[in-house]
Write a protein that binds this ligand. Structure first.
Ligand SMILES: Cc1cc2nc3c(=O)[nH]c(=O)nc-3n(C[C@H](O)[C@H](O)[C@H](O)COP(=O)(O)O)c2cc1C
Length: 103
């Protein structure tokens, strides 16, 4: 069976984004990754406690990623934008290849 991960990229762990994701997946077995639980530095910043690679390791365990974001100023929220920015030139990004995405 394909494993599903719902990534909630809202800082509100049980806010509207989370609720919509849970409603969408209510009949499907899935796990939740709260991006608010991870420290992801901005692209170009170097901090020792950065956890971008931990997030990618977690994602690697799943086949389907459901990505939820609140709408901030007519676009995705900063957490998701930063995550996407950080994928640039990062070898560990390979884990994303071949997965199915719903956003
Ligand atoms: C900084 C910020 C910017 C926002 N910008 C928009 C926007 O452009 N359009 C909109 O309809 N709602 C906007 N909102 C409202 C959020 O999208 C809305 O409250 C959303 O449900 C929050 O999701 P959450 O409960 O998962 O955090 C904004 C909220 C914040 C905090």
């Amino acid at each position: 069976m394909e494993k599903i991960l719902f990534m909630n990229s809202s800082p509100n762990r049980e806010g509207n984004t989370y609720r919509i994701g849970e409603e969408l997946l209510k009949d499907k077995e899935h796990d939740v990754l709260q991006m608010a639980d991870y420290r992801i530095s901005q692209y170009g910043q170097v901090f020792e406690d950065d956890e971008m690679k931990e997030v990618l390791k977690e994602i690697d365990k799943y086949d389907i990623l459901v990505i939820g974001s609140p709408l901030y100023w007519y676009t995705v929220g900063g957490m998701l934008k930063t995550f996407i920015d950080r994928l640039y030139m990062l070898p560990e990004t390979e884990v994303l290849r071949g997965k199915n995405y719903i956003y």
